[in-house]
Design a protein around this ligand. Structure first.
Ligand code: CA
Length: 396
Protein backbone atom coordinates (compact mmCIF):
# COMPACT_ATOMS: atom_id res chain seq x y z
CA UNK A 1 0.00 0.00 0.00
CA UNK A 2 2.81 2.35 1.02
CA UNK A 3 4.56 1.50 -2.24
CA UNK A 4 1.32 2.21 -4.19
CA UNK A 5 0.96 5.62 -2.48
CA UNK A 6 4.54 6.58 -3.24
CA UNK A 7 3.94 5.77 -6.91
CA UNK A 8 0.88 8.02 -6.95
CA UNK A 9 2.61 10.93 -5.20
CA UNK A 10 4.37 12.46 -8.26
CA UNK A 11 1.09 12.40 -10.21
CA UNK A 12 -0.75 14.09 -7.34
CA UNK A 13 1.93 16.79 -7.06
CA UNK A 14 1.81 17.36 -10.82
CA UNK A 15 -1.99 17.61 -10.78
CA UNK A 16 -1.90 19.97 -7.81
CA UNK A 17 0.71 22.10 -9.57
CA UNK A 18 -1.48 22.32 -12.68
CA UNK A 19 -4.49 23.36 -10.61
CA UNK A 20 -2.49 26.05 -8.77
CA UNK A 21 -1.03 27.34 -12.08
CA UNK A 22 -4.48 27.49 -13.71
CA UNK A 23 -6.00 29.29 -10.74
CA UNK A 24 -3.11 31.76 -10.54
CA UNK A 25 -3.38 32.44 -14.28
CA UNK A 26 -7.09 33.07 -13.90
CA UNK A 27 -6.32 35.27 -10.91
CA UNK A 28 -3.82 37.28 -12.94
CA UNK A 29 -6.30 37.66 -15.79
CA UNK A 30 -9.03 38.81 -13.41
CA UNK A 31 -6.61 41.28 -11.85
CA UNK A 32 -5.63 42.65 -15.26
CA UNK A 33 -9.27 43.22 -16.11
CA UNK A 34 -9.78 45.44 -13.10
CA UNK A 35 -6.47 47.31 -13.10
CA UNK A 36 -6.78 50.58 -15.02
CA UNK A 37 -4.36 51.58 -17.76
CA UNK A 38 -2.47 54.84 -17.35
CA UNK A 39 -1.32 57.14 -20.12
CA UNK A 40 0.69 60.14 -18.95
CA UNK A 41 1.53 62.66 -21.64
CA UNK A 42 4.19 65.17 -20.65
CA UNK A 43 4.75 68.09 -23.01
CA UNK A 44 8.12 69.83 -22.85
CA UNK A 45 8.31 73.57 -22.13
CA UNK A 46 4.63 74.15 -22.85
CA UNK A 47 2.93 77.33 -21.63
CA UNK A 48 -0.24 77.38 -19.54
CA UNK A 49 -1.93 79.52 -22.21
CA UNK A 50 -0.97 77.18 -25.04
CA UNK A 51 -4.08 75.16 -24.28
CA UNK A 52 -6.83 77.01 -26.19
CA UNK A 53 -9.46 76.52 -23.50
CA UNK A 54 -7.21 78.12 -20.86
CA UNK A 55 -7.37 81.41 -22.76
CA UNK A 56 -10.62 81.41 -24.75
CA UNK A 57 -10.43 85.17 -25.27
CA UNK A 58 -7.51 84.62 -27.65
CA UNK A 59 -9.72 82.53 -29.94
CA UNK A 60 -6.88 80.27 -31.03
CA UNK A 61 -7.55 76.84 -32.43
CA UNK A 62 -4.27 75.03 -31.98
CA UNK A 63 -5.37 72.32 -29.54
CA UNK A 64 -8.75 70.93 -30.70
CA UNK A 65 -8.06 67.43 -29.37
CA UNK A 66 -6.99 68.67 -25.95
CA UNK A 67 -9.98 71.02 -25.88
CA UNK A 68 -12.23 68.05 -26.55
CA UNK A 69 -10.45 66.00 -23.89
CA UNK A 70 -11.11 68.83 -21.41
CA UNK A 71 -14.75 68.89 -22.48
CA UNK A 72 -15.00 65.15 -21.87
CA UNK A 73 -12.92 65.21 -18.70
CA UNK A 74 -11.42 67.48 -16.04
CA UNK A 75 -9.29 70.58 -16.58
CA UNK A 76 -6.97 71.46 -13.71
CA UNK A 77 -6.30 75.18 -13.80
CA UNK A 78 -3.92 75.49 -10.82
CA UNK A 79 -1.64 72.55 -11.56
CA UNK A 80 2.14 73.00 -11.21
CA UNK A 81 5.19 71.20 -12.47
CA UNK A 82 7.36 70.10 -9.53
CA UNK A 83 10.32 72.14 -10.82
CA UNK A 84 10.94 74.69 -13.56
CA UNK A 85 13.39 72.64 -15.63
CA UNK A 86 13.37 69.21 -17.25
CA UNK A 87 15.33 66.71 -15.15
CA UNK A 88 14.22 67.86 -11.67
CA UNK A 89 10.60 67.99 -12.80
CA UNK A 90 10.68 64.52 -14.36
CA UNK A 91 12.51 63.02 -11.37
CA UNK A 92 9.86 64.46 -9.03
CA UNK A 93 6.98 63.21 -11.18
CA UNK A 94 8.39 59.67 -11.24
CA UNK A 95 9.27 59.54 -7.53
CA UNK A 96 6.60 61.79 -5.95
CA UNK A 97 9.41 63.64 -4.15
CA UNK A 98 11.11 67.02 -4.33
CA UNK A 99 14.61 67.17 -5.79
CA UNK A 100 16.03 67.82 -2.31
CA UNK A 101 14.87 64.31 -1.40
CA UNK A 102 15.43 62.42 -4.67
CA UNK A 103 18.76 64.09 -5.42
CA UNK A 104 17.90 65.61 -8.80
CA UNK A 105 18.11 69.41 -8.57
CA UNK A 106 19.90 70.12 -11.88
CA UNK A 107 19.42 69.15 -15.48
CA UNK A 108 21.61 66.26 -16.55
CA UNK A 109 24.04 67.18 -19.33
CA UNK A 110 25.75 65.24 -22.08
CA UNK A 111 28.78 64.70 -19.83
CA UNK A 112 26.78 63.62 -16.76
CA UNK A 113 28.01 60.25 -15.59
CA UNK A 114 25.05 59.33 -13.41
CA UNK A 115 21.31 60.02 -13.28
CA UNK A 116 18.34 59.68 -10.96
CA UNK A 117 19.91 57.97 -7.89
CA UNK A 118 19.44 54.21 -8.02
CA UNK A 119 18.13 54.27 -4.44
CA UNK A 120 15.00 56.03 -5.71
CA UNK A 121 11.92 53.93 -6.42
CA UNK A 122 10.04 55.01 -9.53
CA UNK A 123 6.39 54.87 -10.51
CA UNK A 124 7.04 52.49 -13.44
CA UNK A 125 9.05 50.17 -11.19
CA UNK A 126 6.13 49.79 -8.81
CA UNK A 127 3.60 49.30 -11.59
CA UNK A 128 5.89 46.82 -13.34
CA UNK A 129 6.18 44.78 -10.15
CA UNK A 130 2.37 44.71 -10.00
CA UNK A 131 2.10 43.17 -13.48
CA UNK A 132 1.88 46.29 -15.64
CA UNK A 133 3.57 46.64 -19.00
CA UNK A 134 5.53 49.89 -18.79
CA UNK A 135 6.79 52.00 -21.67
CA UNK A 136 8.26 55.45 -22.22
CA UNK A 137 8.13 57.07 -25.63
CA UNK A 138 10.10 60.31 -25.83
CA UNK A 139 12.60 62.20 -23.72
CA UNK A 140 13.96 60.54 -20.57
CA UNK A 141 16.63 62.99 -19.33
CA UNK A 142 17.30 61.16 -16.06
CA UNK A 143 20.64 59.58 -16.96
CA UNK A 144 21.86 57.99 -20.14
CA UNK A 145 24.74 55.82 -18.97
CA UNK A 146 24.72 52.22 -17.77
CA UNK A 147 22.16 51.48 -15.07
CA UNK A 148 20.59 54.93 -15.26
CA UNK A 149 18.71 54.25 -18.49
CA UNK A 150 14.92 53.71 -18.60
CA UNK A 151 15.12 49.90 -18.92
CA UNK A 152 16.75 49.74 -15.51
CA UNK A 153 14.36 52.21 -13.90
CA UNK A 154 11.13 50.34 -14.43
CA UNK A 155 10.37 50.62 -18.13
CA UNK A 156 9.96 47.44 -20.20
CA UNK A 157 10.32 49.49 -23.35
CA UNK A 158 11.73 52.84 -24.36
CA UNK A 159 12.04 54.85 -27.55
CA UNK A 160 14.05 57.98 -26.95
CA UNK A 161 15.52 60.74 -29.07
CA UNK A 162 18.62 61.50 -27.01
CA UNK A 163 18.16 65.25 -27.10
CA UNK A 164 20.75 65.52 -24.39
CA UNK A 165 23.30 64.91 -27.12
CA UNK A 166 21.94 67.79 -29.16
CA UNK A 167 24.47 70.37 -30.22
CA UNK A 168 23.95 73.54 -32.13
CA UNK A 169 25.00 73.43 -35.72
CA UNK A 170 27.67 75.92 -36.72
CA UNK A 171 25.42 77.05 -39.54
CA UNK A 172 24.09 80.37 -38.31
CA UNK A 173 22.98 79.08 -34.91
CA UNK A 174 20.40 76.76 -36.50
CA UNK A 175 19.69 73.28 -35.31
CA UNK A 176 19.33 71.80 -38.77
CA UNK A 177 22.33 69.44 -38.94
CA UNK A 178 22.74 67.40 -35.78
CA UNK A 179 23.80 63.85 -35.22
CA UNK A 180 20.92 63.16 -32.88
CA UNK A 181 20.39 59.43 -32.22
CA UNK A 182 17.04 57.71 -31.77
CA UNK A 183 17.50 54.95 -29.21
CA UNK A 184 15.22 51.97 -28.69
CA UNK A 185 15.85 49.81 -25.63
CA UNK A 186 19.52 50.83 -25.56
CA UNK A 187 20.27 50.46 -29.27
CA UNK A 188 20.61 53.28 -31.79
CA UNK A 189 17.98 52.67 -34.46
CA UNK A 190 18.44 55.91 -36.39
CA UNK A 191 21.18 58.55 -36.60
CA UNK A 192 20.98 61.32 -37.45
CA UNK A 193 17.38 61.39 -36.43
CA UNK A 194 14.95 63.14 -38.75
CA UNK A 195 13.19 65.46 -36.29
CA UNK A 196 10.36 66.10 -38.74
CA UNK A 197 9.46 62.42 -38.77
CA UNK A 198 9.74 61.99 -35.00
CA UNK A 199 6.10 62.59 -34.14
CA UNK A 200 4.99 59.81 -36.48
CA UNK A 201 7.46 57.47 -34.75
CA UNK A 202 6.10 58.45 -31.35
CA UNK A 203 2.61 57.81 -32.63
CA UNK A 204 3.27 54.40 -34.13
CA UNK A 205 5.20 53.26 -31.01
CA UNK A 206 2.44 54.49 -28.68
CA UNK A 207 -0.30 52.82 -30.68
CA UNK A 208 1.69 49.59 -30.89
CA UNK A 209 2.06 49.59 -27.10
CA UNK A 210 -1.64 50.26 -26.50
CA UNK A 211 -2.82 47.58 -28.92
CA UNK A 212 -0.16 45.07 -27.80
CA UNK A 213 -1.03 45.39 -24.12
CA UNK A 214 -4.70 45.06 -24.93
CA UNK A 215 -4.05 41.90 -26.98
CA UNK A 216 -2.27 40.39 -23.96
CA UNK A 217 -5.03 41.62 -21.60
CA UNK A 218 -2.26 43.28 -19.60
CA UNK A 219 -2.65 46.69 -17.92
CA UNK A 220 -0.11 49.26 -19.00
CA UNK A 221 1.62 52.50 -18.16
CA UNK A 222 2.44 54.54 -21.25
CA UNK A 223 4.55 57.61 -20.52
CA UNK A 224 4.70 59.85 -23.59
CA UNK A 225 7.32 62.54 -23.11
CA UNK A 226 7.21 64.44 -26.35
CA UNK A 227 9.89 67.05 -27.08
CA UNK A 228 7.14 69.51 -28.16
CA UNK A 229 7.30 72.55 -27.38
CA UNK A 230 11.02 72.57 -26.59
CA UNK A 231 13.26 74.12 -29.23
CA UNK A 232 14.26 73.20 -31.88
CA UNK A 233 10.71 73.26 -33.17
CA UNK A 234 10.47 71.00 -36.19
CA UNK A 235 6.85 70.58 -37.27
CA UNK A 236 6.14 68.50 -40.33
CA UNK A 237 4.33 71.45 -41.89
CA UNK A 238 6.97 73.00 -44.14
CA UNK A 239 7.63 76.67 -44.81
CA UNK A 240 6.29 77.84 -41.50
CA UNK A 241 7.87 80.90 -39.97
CA UNK A 242 7.64 83.10 -36.88
CA UNK A 243 4.60 82.27 -34.76
CA UNK A 244 3.55 79.84 -37.49
CA UNK A 245 6.27 77.37 -36.49
CA UNK A 246 5.17 77.46 -32.87
CA UNK A 247 1.50 77.04 -33.71
CA UNK A 248 2.28 74.23 -36.17
CA UNK A 249 4.28 72.41 -33.48
CA UNK A 250 1.45 72.85 -31.03
CA UNK A 251 -1.06 71.44 -33.52
CA UNK A 252 1.28 68.51 -34.16
CA UNK A 253 1.50 67.76 -30.43
CA UNK A 254 -2.27 68.03 -30.19
CA UNK A 255 -2.68 65.61 -33.10
CA UNK A 256 -0.45 63.11 -31.30
CA UNK A 257 -2.62 63.41 -28.19
CA UNK A 258 -5.72 62.87 -30.33
CA UNK A 259 -4.31 59.72 -31.94
CA UNK A 260 -3.34 58.25 -28.56
CA UNK A 261 -6.73 59.07 -27.07
CA UNK A 262 -8.53 57.48 -30.04
CA UNK A 263 -6.47 54.29 -29.65
CA UNK A 264 -7.15 54.17 -25.90
CA UNK A 265 -10.87 54.67 -26.48
CA UNK A 266 -10.94 52.05 -29.21
CA UNK A 267 -9.19 49.39 -27.15
CA UNK A 268 -10.21 49.86 -23.53
CA UNK A 269 -12.54 52.84 -23.10
CA UNK A 270 -13.67 53.25 -19.53
CA UNK A 271 -10.57 51.54 -18.16
CA UNK A 272 -7.91 54.01 -19.26
CA UNK A 273 -6.86 57.23 -17.56
CA UNK A 274 -5.11 59.86 -19.68
CA UNK A 275 -3.27 62.62 -17.83
CA UNK A 276 -1.85 65.45 -19.96
CA UNK A 277 0.47 68.03 -18.42
CA UNK A 278 3.80 69.84 -18.89
CA UNK A 279 7.27 69.46 -17.37
CA UNK A 280 7.80 73.22 -16.92
CA UNK A 281 6.91 76.54 -18.50
CA UNK A 282 8.17 77.99 -21.77
CA UNK A 283 11.39 79.71 -22.73
CA UNK A 284 11.94 83.31 -21.74
CA UNK A 285 11.84 84.39 -25.39
CA UNK A 286 8.17 83.37 -25.48
CA UNK A 287 6.81 84.82 -22.29
CA UNK A 288 9.35 87.28 -20.88
CA UNK A 289 10.66 87.04 -17.32
CA UNK A 290 8.03 84.63 -16.03
CA UNK A 291 9.56 81.65 -17.78
CA UNK A 292 11.12 78.24 -17.22
CA UNK A 293 13.85 78.13 -14.55
CA UNK A 294 12.02 80.80 -12.51
CA UNK A 295 9.52 80.27 -9.74
CA UNK A 296 7.12 82.83 -11.21
CA UNK A 297 3.85 81.30 -12.34
CA UNK A 298 5.00 81.05 -15.97
CA UNK A 299 7.84 78.79 -14.83
CA UNK A 300 5.71 76.06 -13.35
CA UNK A 301 1.96 76.53 -13.88
CA UNK A 302 1.23 74.10 -16.69
CA UNK A 303 -1.84 73.21 -18.78
CA UNK A 304 -3.35 70.01 -17.40
CA UNK A 305 -6.26 67.83 -18.50
CA UNK A 306 -7.29 64.48 -17.04
CA UNK A 307 -9.61 62.16 -18.94
CA UNK A 308 -11.23 58.91 -17.88
CA UNK A 309 -14.65 58.39 -19.46
CA UNK A 310 -17.19 56.99 -17.03
CA UNK A 311 -15.01 57.76 -14.01
CA UNK A 312 -14.03 61.42 -14.24
CA UNK A 313 -17.08 63.68 -14.69
CA UNK A 314 -17.13 65.34 -18.11
CA UNK A 315 -16.67 69.05 -18.73
CA UNK A 316 -15.46 69.83 -15.22
CA UNK A 317 -12.82 72.22 -13.97
CA UNK A 318 -10.94 72.27 -10.69
CA UNK A 319 -8.80 75.04 -9.24
CA UNK A 320 -7.35 72.77 -6.54
CA UNK A 321 -3.64 73.46 -6.05
CA UNK A 322 -1.94 70.35 -7.38
CA UNK A 323 1.52 69.27 -8.51
CA UNK A 324 3.06 66.86 -10.99
CA UNK A 325 4.35 64.99 -7.93
CA UNK A 326 0.74 64.00 -7.23
CA UNK A 327 0.70 61.78 -10.32
CA UNK A 328 2.86 59.27 -8.40
CA UNK A 329 0.55 58.92 -5.39
CA UNK A 330 -2.67 59.16 -7.40
CA UNK A 331 -1.79 56.55 -10.01
CA UNK A 332 -0.53 54.13 -7.36
CA UNK A 333 -3.69 54.63 -5.34
CA UNK A 334 -5.88 53.93 -8.37
CA UNK A 335 -3.85 50.81 -9.12
CA UNK A 336 -4.16 49.61 -5.51
CA UNK A 337 -0.40 49.72 -4.89
CA UNK A 338 1.22 50.99 -1.70
CA UNK A 339 4.59 52.74 -2.21
CA UNK A 340 7.55 51.78 0.03
CA UNK A 341 7.05 53.09 3.54
CA UNK A 342 10.74 53.77 4.21
CA UNK A 343 10.71 57.30 2.74
CA UNK A 344 8.75 60.57 2.63
CA UNK A 345 6.60 61.60 -0.31
CA UNK A 346 5.66 65.15 -1.24
CA UNK A 347 2.83 64.41 -3.66
CA UNK A 348 -0.72 63.84 -2.48
CA UNK A 349 -3.31 61.31 -3.59
CA UNK A 350 -5.64 63.39 -5.77
CA UNK A 351 -8.06 60.54 -6.56
CA UNK A 352 -11.01 62.25 -4.87
CA UNK A 353 -10.32 65.49 -6.72
CA UNK A 354 -10.22 63.66 -10.05
CA UNK A 355 -13.11 61.27 -9.54
CA UNK A 356 -15.37 62.83 -6.95
CA UNK A 357 -15.20 66.59 -7.37
CA UNK A 358 -13.29 67.35 -4.16
CA UNK A 359 -11.27 70.55 -4.26
CA UNK A 360 -8.78 70.31 -1.41
CA UNK A 361 -5.34 70.20 -2.98
CA UNK A 362 -2.02 71.09 -1.34
CA UNK A 363 -2.33 73.28 1.71
CA UNK A 364 1.25 74.39 0.99
CA UNK A 365 3.11 73.86 -2.25
CA UNK A 366 6.79 74.70 -2.55
CA UNK A 367 8.54 75.63 -5.77
CA UNK A 368 12.25 74.83 -5.96
CA UNK A 369 14.83 77.10 -7.52
CA UNK A 370 15.67 75.74 -10.94
CA UNK A 371 18.60 77.89 -11.96
CA UNK A 372 17.18 81.43 -12.09
CA UNK A 373 18.51 82.37 -8.65
CA UNK A 374 19.61 80.91 -5.34
CA UNK A 375 20.81 77.40 -4.77
CA UNK A 376 19.49 74.73 -7.13
CA UNK A 377 16.66 72.76 -5.57
CA UNK A 378 16.18 75.02 -2.55
CA UNK A 379 12.54 75.62 -1.72
CA UNK A 380 12.45 79.40 -1.66
CA UNK A 381 8.98 80.08 -2.98
CA UNK A 382 5.85 78.81 -1.26
CA UNK A 383 2.21 78.84 -2.23
CA UNK A 384 -0.48 78.85 0.48
CA UNK A 385 -4.07 79.25 -0.66
CA UNK A 386 -4.27 82.29 -2.90
CA UNK A 387 -1.00 83.66 -1.53
CA UNK A 388 2.51 83.05 -2.77
CA UNK A 389 5.68 84.10 -0.96
CA UNK A 390 8.98 84.55 -2.79
CA UNK A 391 12.23 84.57 -0.87
CA UNK A 392 14.47 84.64 -3.95
CA UNK A 393 13.01 85.47 -7.35
CA UNK A 394 15.66 85.52 -10.06
CA UNK A 395 14.34 86.96 -13.31
CA UNK A 396 11.69 89.62 -13.04
CA1 CA B 1 11.33 71.12 -20.19
Amino acid sequence: MAQHASQLLPSVILLLGLVIYTVSQRGAEEQFKTKPNFIIILADDIGWGDLDVNQPEKQTNNTPNLNQMAQQGLRLTDFHSPASTCSPSRAAILTGRYGLRNGVTHNFAVNSVAGLPLSEVTLPQLLQQAGYYTAIVGKWHLGHNGPYGPNNRGFDYFLEPQVIRLRRSVHGGCYSKVGLPLVENGSIVEQPLDLRALTEKYKSAALRIIHGARARAQPYLLFVTSAHMHVPLAPTVANSSGDGVYAASLRELDGLVGAIKAAADETDKGNTLIWFTGDNGPWEQKCGGSAKQTTWEGGHRVPTVVYWPGRIPANTTSSAVLSGMDIFSTVLSMAGIAPPSDRCYDGIDATNILLHGEHSGHEFLFHPNSGAAGKFGDLQTVRAGKHKAFYITGAN
